[in-house]
Write a protein that binds this ligand. Structure first.
Ligand SMILES: Cc1cc2nc3c(=O)[nH]c(=O)nc-3n(C[C@H](O)[C@H](O)[C@H](O)COP(=O)(O)O)c2cc1C
Length: 451
């Protein structure tokens, strides 16, 4: 199961630079696409691969590409979403740092497929050092004729730019990203129109995650069917997982879709289990916005079947007993961790990051933070738990963008699965306070923090 597709060469010395990357077969997909495939044929290969967007929602990439409007005389844009600000997610950072040319290659081949002549990598503002890494890779690609005018002597031309982000989590939402790139405040737009019809500068635009675009070279080189043969069912290929929390070996792993969750957490090949042999209490497998699950439901679904790392298996049971693969930000909690404190921390984050456009999100995230703060600090009431569930229901589905859902789900799921722990906090405020002071450390990595 330790199949590597994206990171196969990530540990080759010097792979950050053009010469070694090229020696290891880099830029072959651009040659193949430009010399022997039409743009439509590249889109077809991506469709056949079953590749789904790695930014969180898992939308089929080939289908998204086929929605791109193509009015005569209007430019189209490809935007790479490298904003990566979801707590627990740091996989794109790893890919861009280790093997930046893979992303550049993926963007060139994808731009050819989409008929794009201008593309941007919108990157989390704190990733300052990666901006330099990418700019160097892009300069090398220009120097060797992979970017610029009439690439490989064909009619295809492409300019690629790096745009540092606006410094807010909301700028990762695709329409907020577009607003930010246009120089405005990163406020999400109402959809429709979707970016595929009216995106950057009101032109047709595709927004894809770093990992999604980095998968395109191998799909073009090996063929969509070969990519689809890896993985399970509708979860094809591999997935980068950034693992953190109480794990012996936190880090970024490339796993084949279908890997059992238990093997991922406990085997030495991956996370190596929980420090000190402590009990596995809970897990948030897809970045802070997906529902938390207690350990038993994380390892087996409600039917008693092993959970595996696929979109379908993790979401089996819906939100009652399931969760989501999301962005692959995998956070593990040992027996010492306090779910109330963790839920409060997330709520504070989402309140801080709400753009404020929609009342349910602007006000609701503030209320959730306030109520969780009082529970966490020993002033909770019995009715607070129902109040939190009620607020989360009033936010969910009632906002322009999914940040509202992302804020509501973790709170609702924590209360659904750990209600007794919340009640204990409310009824035993002093003991809860004392216990929390003695808690072990839980490190939830953010993209900008070193691992
Ligand atoms: C609040 C919020 C933050 C998001 N942040 C990111 C992000 O950092 N990176 C990302 O690729 N997608 C992020 N998304 C999802 C994007 O809106 C979009 O679905 C994604 O970039 C599409 O790429 P994909 O189809 O390749 O997954 C975010 C969504 C929301 C609602």
């Amino acid at each position: 199961m330790s199949r590597k597709i994206l990171l196969e060469h990530a540990h080759v010395a010097g792979i950050q630079g053009y010469e070694i990357y090229r020696k290891m077969g880099g830029y072959r997909s651009v040659e193949k696409a430009l010399k022997s495939l039409t743009p439509e044929e590249v889109v077809d290969e991506v469709k056949r691969s079953g590749l789904r967007g790695r930014g969180g929602a898992g939308f089929p990439t080939g289908m998204k590409w086929s929605f791109l409007a193509k009015p005569e005389g209007v430019p189209r844009y490809l935007l790479c979403n490298a904003d990566e600000s979801e707590p627990g997610t740091f996989k794109d950072r790893y890919l861009m740092e280790k093997i930046p040319h893979l992303l550049v290659e993926g963007m060139i081949t994808s731009s050819y497929a989409l008929g794009v002549q201008t593309a941007y990598i919108y990157i989390r503002g704190e990733y300052k050092w990666i901006v330099k890494i990418l700019e160097k890779a892009i300069a090398e690609a220009y120097l060797h004729g992979w970017l610029g005018r009439k690439i490989l002597g064909t009619d295809f031309s492409l300019d690629l730019y790096v745009a540092p982000g606006g410094g807010a989590y909301i700028c990762g939402e695709e329409t907020a990203l577009i607003e930010s790139l246009e120089g405005k405040r990163g406020n999400p737009r109402i959809k429709p129109p979707f970016p595929a019809v009216k995106g950057l500068w009101q032109s047709p635009t595709v927004v894809n995650n770093v990992e999604t675009l980095a998968a395109v070279p191998v799909i073009v080189n090996e063929g969509g069917d070969a990519y689809a043969a890896v993985g399970v069912g509708r979860s094809t290929g591999t997935k980068l997982i950034s693992a953190c929390g109480n794990l012996n070996k936190p880090g970024v792993y490339e796993i084949e879709m279908g890997l059992p969750v238990e093997e991922f957490i406990f085997s030495d090949e991956y996370c190596g289990g929980i420090p000190g042999g402590k009990r596995f209490k809970a897990c948030v497998p897809g970045g802070s916005s997906v529902p938390i699950l207690p350990a038993d439901l994380m390892l087996k679904n409600a039917k008693g079947e092993d959970r595996v790392m696929t979109y379908e298996s993790l979401s089996d049971g819906g939100f009652l007993t399931g969760t989501m693969l999301g962005s692959g930000g995998f956070i593990v909690f040992d027996e010492d961790q306090c779910i109330v404190r963790n839920t409060y921390t997330y709520a504070r984050f989402y309140h801080h990051e709400s753009c404020g456009q929609c009342s349910p999100c602007r006000e609701g995230t503030g209320w959730m933070e306030k109520v969780l703060h009082r529970i966490e600090h020993g002033h909770g009431h019995d009715h607070d738990l129902d109040l939190l569930v009620d607020i989360s229901k009033k936010i969910e589905g009632n906002t322009i963008c999914p940040l509202g859902d992302a804020a509501a789900w973790p709170v609702a799921a924590a209360i659904r699965h750990f209600r007794e722990e919340f009640e204990w906090h409310v009824r035993h405020p002093q003991e809860a306070q004392a216990r929390n002071y003695g808690l072990g450390r839980l490190e939830i990595y953010y993209g900008a923090v070193g691992v």
